[in-house]
Ligand binder design. Structure first.
Ligand SMILES: Cc1ncc(COP(=O)(O)O)c(C=O)c1O
Length: 304
């Protein structure tokens, strides 16, 4: 990661190297925080942040779910998100907001600790590699189950909960795969370590519902809308492990992963073992919309 010049920290712009926190921050010890991941794309009209307001709304929702009293409104955060891209002179790249408890409490109860909000931005290429976007990736079912709704909140981007994803990602990479497929505690398919999953079989596009224990992904909802508008039958329902083995096509969606084809799962080829036509169409629709080449949802592009 190439450092940029400035980081927005609690309302002021701080040089990258000086945006530090205390080692006794509550969020560092107990994972008490919430975060977002947002991308901006270069368009003919300049840099546009994809669904920035929706991402900041989700950050506010995650804080609410986690009981973190956030002092900034969605509008404040949207303004700061645009500002951090502009001051770093980026027209495309990644934006990382995070809200977390700082110092003031070392007990589990964070009351009394101050709360920090930071927004950073930097240039970022394809998360699962250019080759992955082109040819598809190889994934493996993780030995780690996705966090369960009975003890955590899969549909909130809480920082501490991501240890679950980190374990799955590391295991997949150590096994020689590109990404993990996580099942939920009932054994149904949930999602990747940081991506939502879609399968295509006999022309029907399927994705697990939020109640399967997945994040309500903004790329997921964008792709569902775009494919439906393009005439596809898109359904949300429980998916068994065999559903991905029997699928004609599979792909992951995410801000970082965009639309990444999956060519192999658990050492079995998905369909013909290469990206299929529906996956290609989803990539085209999503990237076309995000970069403004397609005018399908101009309201999703928030110009810097
Ligand atoms: C666990 C998990 N699932 C899915 C996603 C994809 O969500 P989005 O498309 O909003 O980036 C992410 C990324 O934020 C994630 O962390």
């Amino acid at each position: 990661m190439e450092p940029t010049e400035l980081i927005w920290m609690d309302g002021t712009l701080v040089p990258w190297d000086e945006a530090n926190v205390h080692v006794l921050s509550h969020g560092l010890h107990y994972g008490t925080g919430a975060f977002e991941g947002i991308r901006a794309y270069e368009t003919e009209r300049g840099g546009a942040i994809f669904r920035l307001t929706d991402h900041m709304r989700r950050l506010v929702r995650s804080c609410k779910a986690l009981g973190i009293p956030l002092e900034w409104s969605v509008d404040d955060l949207v303004k700061a998100g645009k500002e951090i891209l502009a001051v770093n002179r980026l027209t495309s790249g990644y934006i990382r907001p995070i809200v977390f408890y700082g110092t003031g409490s070392m007990g589990l109860n964070p009351a009394g600790a101050n709360i920090h909000t930071i927004i950073a931005s930097w240039e970022w290429g394809a998360y699962l590699g250019e080759e992955g976007l082109r040819d598809g990736i190889r994934i493996a079912t993780s030995s780690w189950r996705r966090i369960d709704a009975g003890s955590m909140m899969p549909n909130a981007k809480g920082t501490g909960a991501y240890v679950n994803s980190v374990m799955a990602k590391q295991e997949a990479l150590r096994g020689g795969y590109d990404e993990a497929l996580m099942l939920n505690s009932q054994g149904f398919i949930a999602e990747g370590s940081g991506e939502n999953l879609f399968l295509i079989r006999d022309g029907v596009v399927s994705t697990p519902p939020i109640t399967a224990g997945v994040l309500d992904g903004i790329t997921r909802s964008s792709v569902m809308t775009l494919l439906r508008e393009d005439g596809f039958d898109v359904r949300e329902h429980a998916l068994a492990r065999t559903d991905i083995y029997y699928a004609d096509e599979a792909f992951f969606t995410g801000t970082a992963a965009e639309v990444t084809p999956i060519r192999e799962v658990d050492d079995r080829p998905v369909g013909e073992g290469k990206p299929g036509p529906v996956t290609r169409r989803a990539q085209e629709l999503f990237m076309g919309t995000a970069t403004g080449r397609l005018d399908s949802h101009p309201e999703w592009l928030e110009y810097v």
